[in-house]
Design a protein around this ligand. Structure first.
Ligand SMILES: [Zn+2]
Length: 186
């Protein structure tokens, strides 16, 4: 999934301003998504239609998976997420108002801010880190755990790098950037 996203995003960025980009990239996206669904269907020994139903949420495609107790989500890259394309194409139907994450508008807003709530990074790809219960992490020593406790939130919008580091147990406290975080930890 990460490879799929990275490759398609890179390609779309590269060709975004080419002649006929919108039409061609949309066609390419259709083919790529089909390929992805066939791969998943094959892997899970089910149909393309079932995979499509499983991934589809409010007009987006989202893969949900568990790592231990935590639910992680990863979106299948879609051309409508590219800000430059949205600007260039000026398409009403490309506005990001159908965004996933069923946990409500507050999280949706935070996600749409496209900024890592840990390191402050504003570019790249973002994911939501979930914990099931705050009590599970209340005695945690990690900076991200203290941040979640201080904010009383079970979710944290993270850049992919921070999220991967978090799950590897290697998210360094020096990466934390925002003021809310600084005051939460002191
Ligand atoms: Zn980050």
């Amino acid at each position: 999934m990460s490879t799929y996203n990275a490759e398609f995003r890179g390609l779309a960025n590269y060709y975004a301003l080419a002649h006929d980009a919108k039409q061609k990239l949309n066609k390419l996206q259709y083919i790529w998504q089909g390929s992805l669904l066939r791969t998943l269907a094959d892997k899970h020994k089910t149909s393309v239609k079932k995979q499509h139903q499983r991934l589809r949420h409010d007009g987006d495609m989202v893969v949900k998976y568990r790592v231990g107790n935590e639910e992680r989500t990863r979106q299948v890259f879609n051309l409508k997420y590219l800000k430059d394309l949205r600007k260039a194409w000026d398409q009403v139907d490309l506005l990001p108002n159908t965004f996933v994450y069923s946990s409500g508008t507050e999280l949706r807003k935070r996600y749409n801010a496209q900024q890592c709530e840990y390191c402050g990074k504003q570019q790249g790809y973002f994911e939501v880190h979930h914990v099931r219960k705050l009590s599970d992490i209340k005695d945690g020593k990690e900076a991200w755990q203290k941040l979640m406790i201080a904010r009383r939130r079970k979710t944290l919008v993270l850049c992919v790098e921070c999220h991967d580091q978090l799950h590897a147990g290697k998210l360094p406290s020096w990466k934390r950037s925002n003021r809310e975080m600084e005051s939460a930890i002191r």
